[in-house]
Design a protein around this ligand. Sequence first.
Ligand code: HMG
Length: 335
Amino acid sequence: MTHVTKTINSKLIKSLIYRSLSTAVPQIRIYEVGPRDGLQNESKFVPTEIKIELINKLAAAGIKDIESASFVSPKWVKQMSDGVDVMKNVPRAPGVNYPVLVPNLKGYDTAKQCNVEEVAIFPAGSEGFSQKNLNCSVEEGLKRFKLVADQAVKDGLRVRGYVSCVVGCPYDGPVHPKGIAKITEQLFEMGCYEVSLGDTIGVGTAGSVKRLMQEVLTVAKPEQLALHFHDTYGQALSNLLAGLEFGIKTVDSSISGLGGCPYARGASGNLATEDLVYFLYGLGLNTHIDLVKLIEAGRYISNYLGKPTESKVNRAIGDRFKNHNDIAKLASCDV
Ligand SMILES: CC(C)(COP(=O)([O-])OP(=O)([O-])OC[C@H]1O[C@@H](n2cnc3c(N)ncnc32)[C@H](O)[C@@H]1OP(=O)([O-])[O-])[C@@H](O)C(=O)NCCC(=O)NCCSC(=O)C[C@@](C)(O)CC(=O)[O-]
């Protein structure tokens, strides 16, 4: 590393720390994907009542956006095959949004029958992943998603867009930010209110996220974007900090760090919601989420799945704190 690069990096880090300590970082909205992205990769079928209880616990912790199911082909993702039962039986808490993922008009029709208010569409950022995940090219996928978005807009539903593999693809390798910006723009033209940029296999770094943001922000405003990081290489939080520098206000995360995509070789869990909330408290942001209840939700699902939580915060906190404010103080070093 040259002297100049070192100086720039140290300036950047100082400015990040300064901004973190000041109130310049905006309020962050957390979009929880655990019940969908988190569970879709689990090989053991999770019963409907467990999924519903998890969603309830997330809502009780104060999460306002919970992606609760997907209406994809059950031949492709069996774990999500009970989406109708989940959506018809989950109690809808006031002020909480329960979006679902849909791949085509068939899935959209099912979503409508379940009275959902928001659907998410998910074109891929790379050809290889599009073929594996949707059985079609990127272009064909966009055409199908446009049909869904047109119908949803006509019906008065909100549409969220995802672009997956925004940094790297398990089949095609590195993905160019220009292509991602183009797909993002198309999603907005279809009527999406927000586009979530998904690092599906978690290969991104603060550097690649910065390059991505610079390109995508030529077609969108920061408040129209969400960031969706998988933590395969342990970069999710530093990637997020890089994204926050650009004014991003919405972050996707998954309770207990569950996650992965059955069609993305090497994809691991998402950024854990518990770690995200702790991180945001560290930046002096009140997310209005009760970390004690969140930790309990994480334990509930990890215990059911019979595996340790992937959330470092959940593990570290253990049973030491019974009160949310004490954890918030710990996170902000406000002792
Ligand atoms: C798109 C298809 C359907 C094409 O799959 P296909 O096999 O080409 O579609 P098809 O039209 O030939 O249908 C095959 C069968 O599935 C049925 N089918 C078809 N559609 C539906 C539906 N909506 N609901 C229920 N059933 C459906 C259809 O009726 C038919 O049944 P059959 O006649 O053989 O009995 C398939 O590839 C698919 O479902 N893919 C989704 C895979 C998936 O869910 N992946 C994980 C989510 S993406 C992700 O995780 C990334 C993201 C968003 O989180 C961002 C990130 O992490 O970065």
